[in-house]
Structure formats: structure tokens, C-alpha cells
Design a protein around this ligand. Structure first.
Ligand SMILES: *[C@@H]1O[C@H](CO)[C@@H](O)[C@H](O)[C@H]1NC(C)=O
Ligand SMILES: *[C@@H]1O[C@H](CO)[C@@H](O)[C@H](O)[C@H]1NC(C)=O
Ligand SMILES: *[C@@H]1O[C@H](CO)[C@@H](O)[C@H](O)[C@H]1NC(C)=O
Ligand SMILES: *[C@@H]1O[C@H](CO)[C@@H](O)[C@H](O)[C@H]1NC(C)=O
Ligand SMILES: *[C@@H]1O[C@H](CO)[C@@H](O)[C@H](O)[C@H]1NC(C)=O
Ligand SMILES: *[C@@H]1O[C@H](CO)[C@@H](O)[C@H](O)[C@H]1NC(C)=O
Length: 413
């Protein structure tokens, strides 16, 4: 198998790439990282609080119900001052915000659980449902639906423009079968979620009520959450703190957008939210709506008057030590002082003393055998690359069970 010519060629290609990364032909200007709306100088509307507990709340969000600090009632952040630190919630509901970014909100998780006695009686259970219909929010595809347990299956039912149903089956017969760190159906299973879901509900079921595995796994759990933030561990099955830990540590990721019109239509409307020197970005959830970004070379909060302001790039000294930096709206330019030639840019030619020799060429492309083979053979390899057969990923069971899913619907209202 390893001697198949296509595979040898592919290996050769990979090794060649690893040994000789292709030289980059152009140097990309090291633009300063763009600031998020939470870092803008004008984060909140004038006269409004900026922080609730540890959370920075940037406009179009605003602290206080009906305080006029947000762009609309669904962007109101209800700051509960009875706890310390204060806790921020979306509007009048019980969804606690942990982060607000330029395009997403992260909220504290809700985890469905079902626990059993040795004889299979249910000791406690809860289902989970969140309904964002009529709000600017939808579930992000950064979430995954996860089931943890050794005798558990759960369905997820969601809706947006279309209906979504999926599920996950997680089984194991002994704890030694479980592989730490792998959520692939033994003790833990995961399915991806599409973007644009407006509602989500989930309930757990079991094949044998945990009677055969109770000694090492008394409960099953189901939740959606940021796929980057959850890693399955064998010890999770016996951890009585699992549900609370997951609620604290694995946020649910929510996409937000303003309205449901696209940019072209929104621009014609009197309440268009993007201010000067910003661009409108259409939401990619399929549900319509838009957000605003500062234009290239500008910073600030694009939703607040007077809009985004020019970045003085000269403050970060982008020009050669012999160069002269001139800030321009949205950009900057470099020139060279008397006695020097060049573009004046640190990331370009810089400034070269007129009398000095031509600058040394900074790198040369070494043509090695590997590179020749690589360059010459690339198109020929393409068909071989496609011919390599990758088996389907192991699929998880999908159980279209729909009982009791509407119980305990959490309504953010
Ligand atoms: C908007 O700005 C953010 C950084 O603030 C950037 O990551 C993102 O790519 C921008 N989006 C567009 C569509 O320009
Ligand atoms: C367990 O369930 C059985 C029937 O399924 C019932 O007879 C029994 O009383 C239950 N035990 C407890 C402790 O609830
Ligand atoms: C979600 O809420 C909307 C309106 O608030 C309601 O019409 C709809 O039936 C709810 N969806 C579910 C699945 O409960
Ligand atoms: C989604 O499901 C509901 C209830 O089962 C149904 O009334 C509705 O027509 C479905 N929507 C779509 C787009 O299939
Ligand atoms: C599991 O529990 C449910 C409800 O308590 C009961 O109806 C069902 O018969 C039990 N199943 C098994 C396999 O014990
Ligand atoms: C989980 O948190 C709830 C509410 O904060 C608390 O009542 C409960 O005792 C906690 N459970 C565990 C096992 O820590």
C-alpha cells in the first residue's frame, strides 16, 4: 500500500513542503490588530454605563432595561446588582451573558441531565429549551451538540427558516472502553449544528436506565456549547459537579445582527445603524440582518456618532528611520528625507542613502530538486490527490424522538 506511486509522490510533496516552505513573495504590512467594539474609546452611548460586573457592554448593546442605552429592547442588558460581581442578562430573561463581541454573544450554558438509581429509577431530570424567535439572536455553528453518558441518547430539535432535527447516541459497557479526550460515541458523542437556528430544545433518553453501568456512570447529560471550550474526560462520568462545571465553563455561542433587512435595504432606511467611516456587513446566518465595521484605517464604535475615527498610523512608526510619515484619512504615506531614495516604508524598501550601493537582495529562491519536482509536477498530482479515498466519518445514531421536548421552554422574555 505504501509503495503505491501516488502515495509516494504525495509523501514526497508533503515532505518537500515541510522542508521548504514556499518563500513569500510580498511582505504584508503588519497592520495593527483591529480593535473590537468593546475596546473602542466610545464603547457605550454617552451617559450610559460601560460595565456590568466583569462584562464590557458596547453599543448597540446597553445596560439597563428601557434605559435608552441600547439600540432596541433586545439589546438591553439587564444588570442584576443583587449578586457580586453583578450579573448581566439578555433583556428580561434568564440568559446570563459572559461575553459580547463584534458579531457574537456568549451566554452561560444550560445543561440537560437525567440521573438514575442503581435499579433504574430516575432521581432527577431536566430538559433544555431556548427560543430566540423574534429576537436578533440565533445559535452559531461554533456550537456543537454533545451528549455525555454511557447509556444515553438525546435529540436536538431546532427551527429557523427550516426545521432541524438530529441526535446523538453514546454507549459503553465498561469504563475501560472510554478513551480520554475523545468524544466519538463511547461515553461521549457530538454532532455539529447549522448556523441560523432560532430555537433549540433537547431531552435525554436511555436504553437501560443506566442499570448496567450505574457503578461508574449514574447520569447522562446533553448540551450545546462552544466546541473550543469542551473537552471530554473519562472522569466526567462520575463527576457530580459536571453539570455545574459545564454551565460555568462552556458557553453557548449566539450570533447577533441588527434587524432582518440586508445591507442594501437597510441603507435606505432612516434608522440605518452604521455611522460615518464604517461598512455594513450582511449577516451570514441566512436570516437577514446586518452589523457594522469600521472602514480600513479607522477605529471606534461604528454604531455611535460621530462614527469611526481615523487611525494615526504614524504613531506606530511604520516608516524607515530616515523616512517621513504623513497620516492621511484611512491611511498614511512614507517618504524619504533629503539624500535618501526609496518608498520609505519599514516593510518596503525603506530609505536608501543616494550614494550608497544598491541594497542587497534579501533572499534568493533556491531551486532544489524537490522544488523542481514540486513546481513541475503539481498539476499532474492533482488527480492523484483527489483519488485518495477517505472513508466516511463514523456516524452516530440519530433518533427522531420527539417526546416532551416542549417542556420547560426557557423564554428569554
Ligand atoms: C470586521 O472587523 C473585524 C475586526 O474588528 C474583522 O475581524 C472582520 O474581518 C471585519 N469584517 C469584515 C467583513 O470586514
Ligand atoms: C422504582 O420504580 C419502581 C417501578 O418502576 C417503583 O415500584 C419503585 O417504588 C421505585 N423506587 C423508588 C425508590 O422510587
Ligand atoms: C418561540 O416563541 C415564539 C414567539 O415568541 C412562538 O410563536 C413559538 O411557538 C416558540 N417556539 C417554540 C418551539 O416554542
Ligand atoms: C417545521 O415544523 C413545524 C412543526 O412540525 C411545521 O409546522 C413547519 O411547517 C415546519 N417548517 C418547515 C420550513 O418545514
Ligand atoms: C426505565 O424507566 C422508565 C421510567 O421510569 C420505565 O418506564 C422503563 O420501563 C425503564 N426501562 C428499563 C429498561 O428499565
Ligand atoms: C450546582 O449549582 C446549583 C445552583 O448554583 C446548586 O444549587 C447545586 O448545589 C450545585 N450542584 C453541585 C453538585 O455542585
Amino acid at each position: 500500500m505504501l509503495h503505491h506511486p501516488a502515495i509516494l509522490l504525495l509523501l514526497h510533496l508533503l515532505l518537500a513542503l515541510a522542508d521548504h516552505p514556499p518563500p513569500s513573495s510580498t511582505t504584508v504590512a503588519a497592520a495593527p490588530p483591529r480593535k473590537s467594539i468593546s475596546e473602542a474609546a466610545n464603547t457605550a452611548k454617552p451617559g450610559c454605563q460601560t460595565k456590568c460586573g466583569d462584562l464590557t457592554v458596547p453599543y448597540p448593546f446597553g445596560i439597563g432595561l428601557n434605559s435608552g442605552c441600547s439600540i432596541g429592547p433586545w439589546f438591553d442588558v439587564n444588570c442584576d446588582s443583587s449578586s457580586s460581581p453583578h450579573k448581566p442578562f439578555i433583556a428580561t430573561g434568564n440568559l446570563e451573558i459572559v461575553d459580547i463581541s463584534d458579531d457574537q454573544v456568549r451566554i452561560k450554558n444550560w445543561v440537560a441531565a437525567r440521573c438514575y438509581t442503581e435499579t433504574g429509577n430516575i432521581t432527577r431530570q431536566n430538559t433544555i429549551a431556548i427560543n430566540f424567535t423574534g429576537t436578533p439572536y440565533s445559535f452559531s455553528d461554533s456550537n456543537r451538540f454533545t451528549v455525555v453518558g454511557c447509556d444515553d441518547l438525546a435529540v436536538i430539535v431546532g427551527s429557523s427558516g427550516r426545521n432541524f432535527t438530529s441526535g446523538c447516541l453514546s454507549l459503553c459497557s465498561q469504563s475501560s472502553d472510554i478513551i480520554d479526550g475523545f468524544c466519538t460515541g463511547i461515553g461521549c458523542c457530538q454532532v455539529p449544528m447549522p448556523k441560523g437556528l432560532k430555537t433549540f430544545s433537547s431531552a435525554l433518553a436511555s436504553l437501560n436506565n443506566h442499570t448496567r453501568i450505574h457503578s461508574f456512570d449514574p447520569c447522562g447529560y446533553a448540551f450545546i456549547g462552544d466546541q473550543e471550550r469542551f473537552q471530554f474526560h473519562t472522569s466526567d462520568l462520575q463527576d457530580t459537579g459536571f453539570q455545574n462545571r459545564t454551565i460555568q465553563n462552556v458557553p453557548i455561542v449566539i450570533d447577533w445582527a441588527i434587524g432582518n433587512a440586508n445591507c442594501d435595504d437597510a441603507k435606505k432606511s432612516a434608522d440605518f445603524a452604521c455611522r460615518e467611516n464604517s461598512v455594513c456587513i450582511g449577516s451570514d446566518t441566512g436570516l437577514g440582518g446586518y452589523r457594522c465595521n469600521c472602514s480600513e484605517g479607522y477605529e471606534g464604535n461604528p454604531y455611535l456618532s460621530p462614527g469611526c475615527t481615523d487611525i494615526n498610523e504614524c504613531e506606530s512608526n511604520p516608516c524607515d528611520e530616515h523616512g517621513i510619515c504623513t497620516n492621511t484619512p484611512g491611511s498614511y504615506s512614507c517618504s524619504c528625507g533629503d539624500g535618501y531614495n526609496g518608498d520609505g516604508r519599514k516593510d518596503g524598501q525603506g530609505c536608501i542613502a543616494v550614494n550608497s550601493q544598491f541594497p542587497v537582495i534579501k533572499f534568493s529562491i533556491e531551486i532544489t530538486e524537490e522544488n523542481e519536482a514540486l513546481l513541475g509536477g503539481q498539476s499532474g498530482f492533482a488527480s492523484d490527490l483527489y483519488a485518495i479515498n477517505v472513508g466516511p466519518e463514523s456516524s452516530t445514531g440519530i433518533y427522531p424522538i420527539r417526546d416532551n421536548l416542549d417542556d420547560h421552554m426557557i423564554n428569554p422574555r
